[in-house]
Design a protein around this ligand. Structure first.
Ligand SMILES: Nc1nc2c(c(=O)[nH]1)N[C@H]1C(S)=C(S)[C@@H](COP(=O)(O)O)O[C@H]1N2
Ligand SMILES: [Mo]
Length: 319
């Protein structure tokens, strides 16, 4: 599962190992070019960014105490320096390159099977939504986890706002496409990043549209200014930096399913008993600690979501 290998003195092993894909040899050459682009470190300006954010006054939002944790929060310094954001880099250091993500002006297009398609400015959208803080477990398919204090609003509220038609069966999300800004998008993946949920998943209480973390507007690396978090699914479902939300009838082709169909599917619900083809999902490395702990079915959220999958037992629900 260690795929990209540069010489030891060039970059640390852990940064040189995107675990999601067994990349083809030809892909590796191009991937190498992206990794190389990360060697210049821009100054970190997330605090300056937060000050300039027109929604900054909405934070910290009141915590919704319904979502209890069984572990400590991941320290901000740790979580904000260990990210998957392939638009910027294949390494966990994507937070450095993500400084070049320009989050204003930013619009979100809402289209497809809705009463009236629209394009809404991110600040208008955030101000129209009820922000709250939730503490959520976050489990990556790479078998690591974090615990995040997200701020955001239920996706269900956005669905109500969009007024989908009865024929809509799925919600499809798309990230920006701007290879000039995001060096990873010059590489070999099927950009832009796309994810999707069924309407039943999208209107489940747990599905959260995230606009902030740690009591502040979202740092770029977390997928500013708007990302999804579905905590019962592997992290790759939780698409970052969303610019388009479409209501559709046909099940969308998603980024990881297209990139690695043998390893990733549409559902991607967390299940410790169903291994990834290249590694076990039974336990997880708790980032920022020396712990490995057992992974929980639906990442510990079965009481909220298990019902969603009744009658779908023949589907590949857990990859
Ligand atoms: N647009 C986009 N969204 C994305 C990704 C990405 O590379 N690009 N990575 C996914 C993966 S694999 C994970 S684990 C989470 C990581 O979120 P975090 O960096 O906030 O922990 O974002 C997901 N959303
Ligand atoms: Mo992930």
């Amino acid at each position: 599962m260690h795929i990209i290998r540069k010489k030891g003195w060039e970059i640390p092993e852990r940064e040189a190992t995107p675990e999601h894909l067994a990349l083809s040899r030809r892909s590796l050459v191009r991937a190498g070019a992206i990794l190389g682009a990360g060697s210049i470190l821009p100054g970190l300006s997330s605090h300056a960014m937060a000050d300039a954010d027109p929604t900054a006054g909405l934070y910290p939002a009141k915590r919704n105490e319904a979502y209890k944790l069984d572990r400590d929060l991941t320290p901000e310094q740790t979580a904000s320096r260990y990210n998957n954001f392939y638009e910027f880099s294949l390494s966990k250091n994507a937070f450095m390159q993500a400084e070049s993500l320009k989050t204003r002006p930013w619009t979100v297009k809402i289209d497809g099977l809705v009463e009236k398609p629209m394009t809404v400015g991110i600040d208008d959208l955030i101000k129209a939504m009820p922000l709250e803080e939730r503490l959520y477990r976050h489990r990556c398919v790479e078998a690591w986890s974090m615990t995040m204090p997200w701020t955001g609003f239920p996706l269900k509220k956005l669905v109500d706002y969009a007024k989908p038609l009865g024929s809509a069966k799925f919600v499809r999300f798309e990230t920006f496409l701007d290879p000039k800004m995001a060096p990873g998008q010059r590489g070999f993946f099927p950009w832009p990043y796309v994810e999707a949920l069924t309407m039943a998943e999208a209107t489940n209480d747990l599905a959260l549209m995230v606009t902030g973390a740690y009591g502040k507007p979202l740092a770029n690396a977390f997928g500013a200014p708007l990302r999804l978090h579905t905590p019962w699914k592997y992290g790759f479902k939780s698409i970052k930096s969303i610019t388009k939300i479409s209501f559709v009838e046909k099940r969308p082709e998603t980024f990881w399913e297209t990139s690695g169909p043998g390893e990733y599917g549409f559902w991607a619900n967390v299940n410790p008993q169903v291994p990834h083809p290249r590694w076990s999902q039974a336990t997880e490395e708790v980032i920022g600690t020396s712990d490995r702990r057992p992974t929980l079915l639906f990442n510990g959220y079965a009481e909220y979501v298990a019902d969603l999958y009744k009658g779908l037992e023949k589907e590949k629900l857990y990859i």
